[in-house]
Design a protein around this ligand. Structure first.
Ligand SMILES: C[S@@+](CC[C@H](N)C(=O)[O-])C[C@H]1O[C@@H](n2cnc3c(N)ncnc32)[C@H](O)[C@@H]1O
Length: 196
């Protein structure tokens, strides 16, 4: 708790009314890559408690459409459509596709697996979540669309990046300043989606 209270982004999130310090990771990715835009249609996987959703909705504005899903219940965010469920279950994926109501411009995932403390296992679970997000991106993204996704870095990263390059014209890796140095998390930002 003490460590949290000394954390600059935790304090900043409280002051600026973001639900999570994670909001600053997305804001920093946005500053670097500019993947979010006014009027966008956007899907956020693993969105609780909703810091990223707040950022997405602020940028999308009234002409945009933001949809968030999580295993946990997300408190309402004005203007945002919320779903509850496990993204890895085919039934939830079908609901998500339905709720999206058509192709979207951006797909985001900040999903984290339950941490076991075993580095290789946590990495492999994180890769599985990214692969789930990638499969959904391939169904949901418009041509030219973008994706940003969290990954716990490890030995399978290279193969995963190569797979993403089969669907995106650009695939870049970034570690935003707000991401804790001691965490193995990185973000993969992919743009120029193409379906074949
Ligand atoms: C780091 S938090 C996301 C924080 C969020 N970006 C924010 O700014 O508030 C990771 C979330 O991923 C969710 N998650 C993990 N696996 C999931 C799954 N299979 N389906 C849906 N959500 C999942 C967890 O429940 C957790 O809320």
């Amino acid at each position: 708790m003490k460590e949290r209270k000394n954390d600059r982004y935790y304090v900043k999130a409280k002051r600026e009314h973001y639900r999570s310090r994670a909001a600053y990771k997305l804001l920093q990715l946005q500053e670097k890559f500019g993947i979010l835009f006014a009027g966008m249609r956007c899907v956020d996987l693993g969105a609780a408690p909703g810091g990223w959703l707040q950022v997405e909705q602020e940028i999308a504005g009234p002409g945009g459409r933001v949809l968030g899903i999580d295993l946990a219940t997300i408190r309402p965010v004005e203007g945002v459509t919320l779903l509850k469920g496990d993204v890895t279950s085919p039934a939830t994926a079908a609901k998500l596709l339905d709720a999206a109501g058509g192709k979207v411009d951006v797909l985001l995932s900040d999903m984290s697996p339950d941490i076991s403390g075993n580095y290789s296992l946590d990495h492999a679970r994180s890769v599985d979540l990214v692969r789930t997000a990638l499969a959904l991106a391939r169904l949901l993204l418009k041509e030219g669309g973008s994706m940003a996704v969290k990954l716990f870095d490890g030995e399978l990263t290279h193969e995963l990046l190569e797979d993403m390059k089969r669907s995106f014209g650009s695939v870049r890796v970034s570690k935003p300043e707000a991401s804790r140095k001691q965490s193995s998390e990185i973000y993969i930002v992919a743009g120029d989606f193409f379906s074949r």
